[in-house]
Design a protein around this ligand. Sequence first.
Ligand code: GTP
Ligand code: MG
Length: 139
Amino acid sequence: MAGNRTFSMIKPDAVAAGNSGAILKMIEEAGFRIVALKKFKLSEERAGQFYEVHKERPFYNDLKKYMSSGFIMPMILEKENAVADFRKLIGATNPANAEDGTIRKLYAKSIEANAIHGSDSDENAAIEGNFFFSGLEQF
Ligand code: GTP
Ligand code: MG
């Protein structure tokens, strides 16, 4: 139901560091149900499409390279108030500003390699989920 789902993606730094299991455990312990999940690599072009809203930003090229540098784990998550609660669980974009106990505080390496993505609105959660998963894969 609208408002109860968000989209997330464990980013290349966290997958490569072997932290995906610990991060999934935190997500489940926070009360999110994993609706859909996969693991693969994005091309630079697809990574650019995903972050198209940032295409005018100075870090856009670096971001595309980073997001296509290794395996990622996109997922759809379900919980009451999913978008806002998940943003709280992951913490601030820059891990230096992230609160204790958040995923980024524990696992992010830098403002760019910040371990995990979380949608910023219900509308974007639906767009981003559909970017990675077909309707048949969304239970
Ligand atoms: P996402 O959940 O990944 O969308 O992060 P966010 O919503 O907390 O931040 P935002 O959408 O503003 O930025 C998207 C991503 O771009 C961030 O998660 C970082 O990976 C990267 N990023 C943001 N700001 C910077 C920056 O100043 N420098 C660099 N190199 N990367 C940045
Ligand atoms: Mg964002």
